[in-house]
Ligand binder design. Structure first.
Ligand code: ADP
Length: 777
C-alpha cells in the first residue's frame, strides 16, 4: 500500500554531503508491523518523515495505494497526513496549553468533524489506550507513559491506514516501554505500523519485519515485499482550520501567559491612549470654539442697513488724514469724513430675494428691522387704550423721538429660520421658561433678562397694573392678548386734512380686520452673554410685521402722506429722508430698515460675505449694497490653530502606535519561536500553511483588540481627571470628550496595525519546515 522507489535525500552542509536516503526502494504491506533499525544518523527519521509526507525528497517517487505522489500539491500532502497517517514521536509532542481531549481532537478539528463526533471518537481512542480515567487531567499532570498514550490516541483517533512511530519508547522506562509496545503491536493488527528504533531487542520482540538501515541504505530486510496492487484511485479529504478554531487555539495559548499578554496589551495600548486623548481634547476644544463663534455671531450678525458706512472708504479717510500737505495758501471745501464714507443701500425686493436664497447651511437665521409702527390696542377695565411696545433697538428709539405720534415704531422682530427647522434662532439662544415658542404670525413672546426681569413699561402696556420691582406669575402672562388695528380703523381724517387716532377706539378694537396677538411664551437667553440679543420686553415675528405693512400699504393715511410734504398727523413740514421714514412708520414701505444675517460660525460667515459680495458684481456704485460685518475683526485663526495642534499631537501619538505595532511584531516572533514544536505537530496532523498563519494572526488579532479596548478604556477614564484639571485652569467644562465613533475606529486601527505587525512572523511560522520544527527542542 506504501512504496518508495529510488528515493534520494541528500543534505549538504558546507562541503560535506550527507546521504540521508541513498536510493531507497521499499514496499510495505497494508497490514504489518515493520521495525526500522539502524545506528543514529543512518536516515531512519528522514525515511519516516518522507513516508509521512512531512518532508520532501530530492528524487524518486512514493506510491500510495498504487498512485504516484509526484503530482501532489502542498494541500494534497496536508490532506494525506491528516487522512492517512498517524504520527507518534519519541518526545510525545503534545500541545501543552490544550486539554487532553483537545489534543486528541486536533486532527479531526482540522478536517472539520463535528464537535459531538470528535468528542465521541476522542473518548473512545483514549479508552482504547487505557486513559479513560485521566481524561480531565492537564497535560503537565501526566507521566511520560501517559503522555505517550495520549499521543497514540491522537495518532489513531482518525483511524489512519499508516502509523509512523519515531522511537516511541525512547524516553520511557522498560516497564512502561513494554506497555506502549503492546498497544502499538495491537494497533498493527488493523493497519501498517512502521516504527523507527535503535533497540534490536524491541524490534525483534514485537515486529513482524525488521529493516536495517546503514548510511541511508537498506542493509537487511527480514521479510521483503513487492507491491502487486494495481493502481486504484483514492480520495483525500481536504483539511481546513476554521478561524474559530484558530481563535480558540490562540485563546488557550494566551491563557497560559496571562501576565505577559496583559503587559503587552497595555504597552501597545499606550499609542491608542495617546491618540484617543488628543482626539477627545480637540473634539472638546473645537466644540468650545464653535460655541463661542456661534455666540459671537448671534451678537454681531452681518448687518445690511439702509444707511451703511463704507469701510474701505472710512479706512482710506483715516490713512489720508495721516498725510500732511504743506501750506499752499488756500483751503479746500470738503465733506465731513464720516458723511463721505456713508453709503445709502437701496434695499429692494430683488436684494431681499437674493438674501433669502442664502444657503441655509451657512446661515439659517435672518432678522429684519422695520420702521413700521403698529396700532396696538388693549381693553382695560372695559376701555380700549392704545399700547406701546417698549423694546426697540437704538435706531428705532431715535426714530420714536421724531415720530412720537406713532406708537410702537421701529421694532426689531426676532430672526426666523429660512427653511429648515435647524438652528432656529430662538430655540438655539433662548430657553423657554413657560408656554411655547411662537408658531403663528400672531404669536408673541415675553423676553426676560438673567434676573427674570422684563421692561416694566412693556408690562404696563399689556395692562398689568404693576410697579417697578413687583412680580407677575408666568401663568398670568401666558395667554394675554393685544390687538393690532389697521390704519383705516385706527385713524380718522379731520376736516383740516390731518389724521388723528380716533377718540373712541372701540370700533377699531372690534373691527373684522383687527388681529389678535397672543403671548404664547416667556423666554430667557441661554447664555448671559446673549442677553442683549432681544431687549427685555415683547418680541414678535417678522411675519406679523409684514402682514401689518401689507394691510396698511393702501390705507388712506399712507396715501395722503405719500402725496403731502407735511406730516399728515402733526402738520410739520417734512421732506427727503425724513419723509421716507415717516411713510415707513405708517406702513407705507415694505422694505426693511435693516437686515441681520446670523451665520453659524466664522467659516460660514466668510461664505455669507462672499455670497453678498457676488450681488454687487457688475453693479454701479449707487446700486451696490454694502454690509457691515460686526464680527469682522474676529478671525477664524483659533480654529485653524486648533487643527494644526491636533495634527501635530496625532502625529506624535501615531508614532507610538507604530512603535507598539513593531513591539507586537517582536512578540509574535517570540511566540512563533516558542511554539515551533506546536507548529510541527499541527503540520504533522495535516494543518495547511494557511492554518498556521491563521493561528498566529488570531493571536495578534486578540492582542490588537485587547490593546485597542484597553487603550480606549484608559483614555476614557483619563478624560475625567483631565476635565477636572482643565476646569480649574480655564473654567471650561467637559472639554475632553471621547467620541464613540473615534473609540470604535481606534479599536479597529489597533487591531489592524497589530495584525500587520504580527502577520510577518505568522507567515514565517507557516513556512517553517515541519520536519525541522519537530526535530527542534
Ligand atoms: P536517524 O533518524 O537515523 O538518527 P536522521 O534521518 O535524523 O537519522 O538523519 C540522517 C542524516 O541526515 C544525519 O546525518 C543527519 O545529520 C542528517 N540530517 C537530518 N536533517 C538534516 C538537516 N535538516 N540538515 C542537514 N542534515 C540533516
Amino acid at each position: 500500500m506504501l512504496e518508495l522507489k529510488h528515493v534520494k535525500k541528500y543534505y549538504q552542509v558546507g562541503d560535506t554531503v550527507t546521504k540521508a536516503l541513498d536510493d531507497v526502494s521499499i514496499a510495505f504491506r497494508p497490514q504489518e508491523f515493520v521495525a526500522v533499525l539502524g545506528p543514529s544518523g543512518s536516515g531512519k527519521t528522514t525515511l519516516l518523515n518522507a513516508l509521512g509526507g512531512l518532508d520532501r525528497y530530492d528524487s524518486g517517487d512514493m506510491i500510495v495505494n498504487g498512485t504516484s505522489t509526484k503530482k501532489f500539491k502542498e494541500t494534497d500532502w496536508d490532506a494525506y497526513r491528516n487522512n492517512t497517517i498517524g504520527f507518534i514521536f519519541q518526545s510525545y509532542n503534545l500541545i501543552g496549553h490544550l486539554s487532553i481531549l483537545d489534543n486528541v481532537e486536533m486532527g479531526m478539528t482540522l478536517s472539520g468533524v463535528s464537535k459531538a463526533q470528535r468528542k465521541e471518537k476522542a473518548v473512545a481512542a483514549l479508552k482504547r489506550v487505557g486513559l479513560g480515567q485521566h481524561m480531565n487531567k492537564a497535560i503537565n499532570q501526566l507521566s511520560g507513559g501517559q503522555m505517550q498514550r495520549v499521543a497514540i490516541a491522537r495518532a489513531i483517533v482518525n483511524d489512519p491506514d499508516v502509523l509512523l512511530c519515531d522511537e516511541p519508547t525512547g524516553a520511557l522506562d522498560t516497564e512502561t516501554s513494554a506497555q506502549i509496545m503492546q498497544i502499538i503491536q495491537e494497533l498493527s493488527r488493523e493497519r501498517l505500523v512502521i516504527m523507527v528504533t535503535h533497540n534490536p531487542d524491541l524490534a525483534n520482540q514485537y515486529a513482524d519485519r525488521v529493516v536495517e538501515f546503514v548510511d541511508g541504505k537498506i542493509q537487511r530486510d527480514t521479510n521483503p515485499y513487492h507491491e502487486k496492487t494495481a493502481h486504484h484511485d483514492f480520495q483525500l479529504k481536504r483539511t481546513k482550520m476554521t478561524f474559530a478554531t484558530a481563535i480558540k487555539l490562540s485563546f488557550k495559548n494566551i491563557r497560559t501567559k496571562k501576565g505577559r499578554t496583559f503587559l503587552t496589551a497595555f504597552a501597545s495600548s499606550i499609542g491608542i491612549i495617546g491618540v484617543a486623548i488628543v482626539l477627545s481634547l480637540s473634539n472638546g476644544f473645537q466644540k468650545q470654539i464653535d460655541d463661542t463663534q456661534t455666540q459671537t455671531l448671534a451678537k454681531f450678525p452681518v448687518t445690511i442697513s439702509q444707511v451703511a458706512t463704507d469701510q474701505t472708504k472710512a479706512q482710506q479717510n483715516m490713512q489720508d488724514s495721516d498725510q500732511v500737505k504743506p501750506n499752499k495758501g488756500y483751503v479746500v471745501a470738503a465733506k465731513d469724513q464720516n458723511e463721505s464714507a456713508q453709503h445709502v443701500n437701496r434695499i429692494n425686493q430683488k436684494f431681499l430675494d437674493y438674501v433669502h436664497r442664502i444657503n441655509p447651511e451657512y446661515s439659517n437665521n435672518i432678522g429684519y428691522t422695520r420702521l413700521t409702527g403698529m396700532n396696538l390696542l388693549r381693553k382695560i377695565n372695559g376701555k380700549v387704550k392704545t399700547v406701546k411696545f417698549s423694546n426697540s433697538s437704538d435706531a428705532s428709539q431715535d426714530l420714536q423721538k421724531n415720530f412720537s405720534s406713532v406708537s410702537g415704531v421701529g421694532v426689531s422682530s426676532f430672526p426666523e429660520p429660512l427653511k429648515s427647522k435647524k438652528n432656529n434662532f430662538l430655540e438655539a439662544n433662548y430657553k423657554l421658561l413657560k408656554g411655547a415658542y411662537p408658531q403663528k404670525a400672531t404669536d408673541v413672546v415675553v423676553v426676560v433678562n438673567g434676573k427674570n426681569q422684563t421692561n416694566v413699561n412693556a408690562l404696563k402696556n399689556l395692562g398689568f397694573d404693576i410697579k417697578d420691582g413687583e412680580k407677575i406669575n408666568l401663568n398670568q402672562l401666558i395667554g394675554t392678548s393685544i390687538k393690532v388695528a389697521n390704519n383705516d380703523d385706527y385713524y380718522q381724517k379731520l376736516p383740516t386734512g390731518n389724521f388723528v387716532p380716533k377718540e373712541d377706539l372701540t370700533s377699531a378694537y372690534q373691527a373684522n380686520q383687527t388681529k389678535e396677538l397672543k403671548i404664547v411664551g416667556v423666554i430667557r437667553a441661554k447664555q448671559s452673554s446673549n442677553m442683549d440679543l432681544l431687549a427685555p420686553g415683547i418680541a414678535y415675528s417678522d411675519k406679523l410685521v409684514r402682514q401689518v405693512i401689507k394691510d396698511n400699504k393702501a390705507s388712506a393715511i399712507v396715501q395722503a402722506q405719500r402725496q403731502s410734504n407735511r406730516n399728515v398727523i402733526t402738520g410739520e413740514a417734512v421732506s427727503g429722508q425724513t419723509k421716507d421714514q415717516l411713510l415707513a412708520t405708517l406702513g407705507g414701505d415694505s422694505m426693511p430698515y435693516s437686515i441681520l444675517i446670523y451665520p453659524n460660525n466664522f467659516k460660514d460667515k466668510e461664505k455669507v460675505l462672499n455670497y453678498l459680495d457676488r450681488f454687487n458684481e457688475g453693479k454701479s456704485k449707487q446700486d451696490k449694497i454694502i454690509y457691515t460685518d460686526l464680527a469682522g475683526t474676529m478671525t477664524d485663526l483659533t480654529g485653524g490653530l486648533m487643527d494644526a495642534i491636533t495634527y501635530v499631537l496625532v502625529a506624535f501619538a501615531g508614532i507610538s502606535l507604530i512603535t507598539s505595532m513593531i513591539m507586537i511584531g517582536i512578540l509574535t516572533y517570540t511566540s512563533v519561536l516558542e511554539r515551533t514544536k506546536e507548529i510541527g505537530v499541527l503540520k504533522a496532523l495535516g494543518a495547511r500553511k494557511k492554518d498556521i498563519t491563521r493561528v498566529f494572526d488570531a493571536e495578534t488579532g486578540i492582542l490588537g483588540v485587547a490593546s485597542g479596548v484597553l487603550g480606549v478604556l484608559i483614555a476614557y477614564l483619563a478624560t475625567f481627571p483631565i476635565n477636572s484639571v482643565l476646569y480649574h485652569m480655564t473654567d471650561l467644562t467637559n472639554v475632553a470628550q471621547l467620541n464613540p465613533v473615534h473609540a470604535v475606529i481606534l479599536v479597529i486601527v489597533s487591531t489592524v496595525l497589530t495584525m500587520i505587525g504580527g502577520h510577518l512572523p505568522a507567515r514565517m511560522a507557516s513556512k517553517k519546515d515541519a520536519a525541522i520544527a519537530l526535530r527542534s527542542e
